[in-house]
Design a protein around this ligand. Structure first.
Ligand SMILES: [Zn+2]
Length: 136
């Protein structure tokens, strides 16, 4: 699946903002990992959430080994599921592509991956920094 049009993502973002927090939601961290670099100037990044980053990172390493995986950004939030869902939509809008293909490393289909140009990286991290406090 490729990224969806901005107008459609905007309506999903509006709907998600209006939805109350689920009882399963609560405090945790959202994180942004570099997964790999493709063809020199395209990066694949993952946006996820967890209540225990170290445990989750080890899980990623075990289940889907990537030699280039790096912890690029993290933020503690009061509602981790809600924040993750919103960030997925916001990132889909600014990414080059949101690939949903079978992973060559682990054979799974990841849904949390986003492709960016490597020269977008600093602005994506700044975007996350400025956006996340407003989502809670
Ligand atoms: Zn994988």
């Amino acid at each position: 699946m490729v990224k969806r049009p901005t107008t459609f993502l905007d309506s999903l973002i509006t709907q998600r903002h209006l939805r109350p927090e689920s009882v399963a939601d609560g405090p945790g961290e959202v994180y942004f990992l570099l997964e790999k670099v493709i063809a020199g100037n395209i990066i694949v990044a993952k946006l996820g959430m967890t209540t225990d980053f170290d445990r989750r990172f080890d899980e990623h390493e075990r289940i889907c080994p990537q030699t280039g995986r790096l912890d690029l950004w993290r933020k503690e939030v009061p509602y981790r599921r809600r924040t993750e869902a919103l960030l997925h939509l916001y990132l889909e809008d600014i990414c080059v592509d949101r690939p949903r293909v079978i992973c060559s490393s682990c054979g799974r289909k990841h849904i949390e991956l986003f492709k960016f140009h490597s020269n977008q990286l600093q602005s994506v991290l700044s975007f996350l920094d400025s956006l996340v406090p407003s989502l809670t």
